[in-house]
Write a protein that binds this ligand. Structure first.
Ligand code: ZN
Length: 657
């Protein structure tokens, strides 16, 4: 592990809090040190308050901030004298402790100080750095871990047995530090938890952290236990979309809400899952209690969700008997799934959450593999893990957060997603919390949105193989499919029937109709497994209801598409899949309608462009966004009991009315 300290960057810091931000970010940028909020830092600064009184303030990481991206307001200023007084109490419950921390900050808008604030306060150094470094967790999660730590560090660190984070841990650390620390003490190792470094300058404390963790890494290397997997490529497997969708349905049922399944099929993950001893090593417990809330105690091996739920209930019943306050069981669905075919799956209500689970488990693989080579991986006893999962502070975090978005945990596929109505549909569905698979013949689809909950797949909807491929890629990305928006289509330009050649006719039919037949057929078994029931929206056209001359191929293709929707509604109602049709008209903000085309058409009718755009009963301009919002709404609760209908979005058309 290398120090990332750069004098040129450090010299830009104008005060000690700036320095604190700088080295915190350095720690946060290495996932082997700090992963998703799993560490905290502090600095002690003497300040004068508004009345002229001088006092020491502990600036400690606030909850909700990540070290990788922390800024000055991410540090909560807590009064040191109060923290030191708290450390002398005999006992303090966790909610009481949080109350004391929150009420003794000097800035009203400060975030809630880290629950490890008292621990930072009792260490008599200006800068304190704390991480849950993989290597420390690896060494301490083995039989004789404590002895190995002593072998690595001698008596230069204070070693504290596992205690759950909170007041008791802070008090124990204070006691041991007072008794055991000496001139040469440079750190403190908390078994099965992490490590502290401290010094009077930011640089020294940061570099001590790097040095201490490097020593643990070197120890692991010296035992030939470092290398986990030398391959990095993805493992190719045959189609798995149907199986994935079934597992997702079962997991969502157990969770009581729709969940996404994001997957990792790297050689590293696949080799780990294929290990002969996987049923033993993966079922010991998590690498660190820090992971419990996101990964649950154990991963699910294979696909038997009912069995997993049964085991989880038994674990809950056994451990909840003697809790101080009565606790309610959390949803018993797994968050990590290890399956030899499906790969490593991360479960979450958003792509972001599911990806965090994958990242945490990737580090778990490192820890378990290395610890196994050091002897054996052994996690904390189930009771300790239970106490963390059902810790009142963690429970409070879970209860916060308000109402989830309407499509949280759901997946939509939109064709023709790179521009126009298709792109607007993606936006509307993403805004309601869905993960979206965008398919388009244009490579722009790959970059049209840069976010974890969107995947763009290049493909021609007129080509059956490419349609199937897009569906497979999309379902692998998010685990299933709940909503399908059939939007892709072409309008070949005006052509009288007397002039229409079959080549054009067939091309229009192939893209506007045939591709959708294949997509519907292949999507059916996946939509059938949608936890809340599948939904399909067909983007047809006003031409179905009021055809215009010169658009034979286009109008006929959209009319056939509409008829296809009606059949699908009849056939798939029993599978709880709703099918509805939208007929947009005169949507001029799409790629088809350039300024020049608009001006030419308006001139043709002797109108201004604005009047031309609003040639309808309501004199309203219809936009892609209007169509997209209605499309998203048709996938939502408002239309939960509607199937097989056709709705025009055209500002009102006299010929249709
Ligand atoms: Zn910690």
């Amino acid at each position: 592990m290398k120090s990332l300290w750069q004098e040129s960057e450090a010299s830009k810091c104008k005060d000690e809090l700036d320095m604190r931000v700088y080295t915190s970010r350095l720690l946060g940028s290495d996932p082997a040190l700090v992963l998703h909020g799993g560490g905290n830092t502090s600095v002690k600064i003497r300040e004068t308050d508004i009345t002229g009184k001088e006092q020491d303030i502990l600036y400690v990481k606030g909850s909700g901030w990540d070290l990788a991206t922390i800024e000055r307001p991410g540090f909560a200023p807590v009064k040191m004298d109060h923290l030191l007084a708290l450390a002398k109490l005999d006992s303090l419950s966790d909610p009481q402790m949080v109350n004391e921390l929150k009420t003794h900050v000097t800035v009203a808008s400060a975030p809630t100080p880290s629950v490890e604030a008292i621990l930072h306060a009792i260490l008599p150094f200006k800068f304190v750095d704390h991480t849950h470094a993989d290597s420390i967790v690896t060494v301490t999660n083995t039989p004789g871990g404590k002895e190995k730590i002593k072998e690595i560090y001698g008596d230069s660190v204070v070693v504290v047995d596992y205690i759950m984070p909170g007041f008791d841990l802070a008090r124990q650390c204070a006691r041991q530090f007072a008794e055991e620390a000496h001139e040469k003490t440079v750190g403190m190792v908390l078994l099965n938890h992490g490590i502290f470094s401290f010094a009077d300058t930011a640089k020294e404390s940061y570099e001590l952290m790097i040095e201490l963790v490097t020593r643990a890494e070197d120890y692991i290397k010296s035992k030939n236990a470092w290398v986990v997997s030398e391959n990095v490529q993805q493992v190719e497997v045959s189609p798995i979309r149907k199986e994935l969708a079934q597992v997702r349905r079962d997991v969502s049922k157990a969770a009581g809400k729709s969940m996404l399944l994001c997957s990792d099929r790297s050689s590293k993950a696949m080799e780990f899952i294929a290990r002969g001893d996987i049923s033993k090593i993966s079922q010991q417990g998590p690498a660190t209690p820090d992971h419990v809330i996101r990964t649950k105690r154990l991963p699910m091996l294979g696909r038997d969700v009912d069995k997993y739920v049964k085991d989880y209930k038994a674990f809950f019943d056994k451990n909840s008997k003697n809790t101080k306050e009565p606790v309610t069981m959390l949803d018993p669905a797994p968050r990590v799934i290890l399956d030899p075919e499906l790969g490593l799956l991360g479960v979450g209500t958003s792509a972001n959450d599911a990806n965090i689970v994958l990242e945490l488990y990737d580090h778990t693989i490192d820890v378990i593999s290395r610890a196994s080579k050091l002897g054996e991986f052994c996690a904390l006893p189930a009771k300790d893990i239970f106490d963390v999962e059902y810790w009142d502070l963690e429970q409070a975090k879970l209860r916060k957060g308000g109402r989830p978005p309407e499509f949280a945990g759901e997946v939509a596929l939109v064709t023709g997603a790179a521009s126009g109505i298709g792109k607007a549909c993606c936006e509307a569905l993403l805004a309601k919390g869905a993960a979206v698979i965008g398919m388009d013949i244009s490579p722009d689809v790959e970059t049209v949105f840069d976010r974890a909950d969107f995947i763009g797949v290049v493909g021609d909807v007129g080509d059956e193989e490419q349609v199937i491929n897009a569906l497979e890629i999309g379902v692998r990305a998010f685990g299933g499919l709940d909503m399908l928006v059939l939007n892709a289509g072409i309008f070949p330009g005006g052509c009288a029937l007397s002039e229409l050649d079959l080549k054009t006719w067939r091309k229009v039919m192939s893209i506007n109709l045939d591709g959708n037949v294949a997509l519907l057929r292949e999507a059916h078994p996946i939509l059938k497994n949608s936890p809340k029931g599948g939904r399909v929206v067909f983007i047809a056209s006003k031409n179905v209801l009021a055809p215009g001359p010169g658009a034979a191929a286009y109008s006929a293709s959209k009319a056939a598409l509409t008829q296809l929707a009606r059949i699908a509604a009849l056939e798939w109602g029993k599978d709880n899949i709703r099918i509805n049709v939208l007929h947009p008209d005169a949507v001029y903000d799409t790629g088809l309608w350039t300024e020049e085309v608009l001006e030419a058409r308006a001139k043709h009718y002797g109108m201004s462009v604005a009047d031309y755009k609003a040639r309808n009963v309501l004199k309203a301009e219809v936009t892609s966004k209007d169509v997209a919002n209605l499309c998203a709404e048709m996938c939502g609760q408002l239309f939960a009991k509607t199937t097989g209908v056709q709705i025009a979005i055209d500002g009102g058309n006299e010929r249709v009315i």
